[in-house]
Write a protein that binds this ligand. Sequence first.
Ligand code: SF4
Length: 254
Amino acid sequence: MPESSDFLETYLREIGVQTPISLVVSGEEMSGSEQLALADQAETAGAAFPHAEPIPAAMPAAPVSSSGSESAPFKTLHELSREASDCSLCGLADTRSNVVFGVGNPQADLVFIGEAPGRDEDIRGEPFVGRAGQLLDRMLHAIDLDRKSVYIMNTIKCRPPNNRDPKPDEVQACNLWFEQQLNLLQPKMICLLGRVAAQTVLETDEPLGALRGRWHDYRGIPVWVTYHPAYLLRSPQQKRKSWQDLVTLLNRLN
Ligand code: SF4
């Protein structure tokens, strides 16, 4: 672990976890009781993701490849992002400031998906900024990842007014971009953040509690469900479960 090594160990000590997560997950998969004990240590310390260092700048979306077969009608992630930037396929185009496409590593193994841009994201044109985004960055740090090693996006690209849930017709319209984006990313694993993203991607009405704790499938890609960082800010008592989710996710990723 390069630069983040000292931070990670310091951070884990601060939250009461004695064993760096990278060491835990590199060995035998933890039993449920071991995971719980790890989560207990963090919970006892009072919060799952406190005292984080400043967030590194997110990496802008970049082309997946520009040197593929000449005969293949190959579209890059960057080209897709440019196409989406003036989309008006649904009514959200009338109220948005920016289309929020996605950030991170176009070749990432792990993709995080939230529901929709909020106010800060709409202003900056970048997903998961503001307080919830900062918490997501600290969560990534806690499992030795950052925005340069994963990809972050939403199910729809424009902010619904007053942060309401996206409507079915908006989700359906934006699926044009969503599907192409995931096709280009080809991640090994997807983590859905929050109820709305989980229900949208998995096409289910099941509550978040029923979707957490078990693996799902999206077109052959393993899918894990956990809490949205904004929810964790409102319900810090759930941070313990969120920590367990991250440990399980990283175990399988490794
Ligand atoms: S939400 Fe999606 S479909 Fe609707 S205008 Fe924005 S980019 Fe287009």
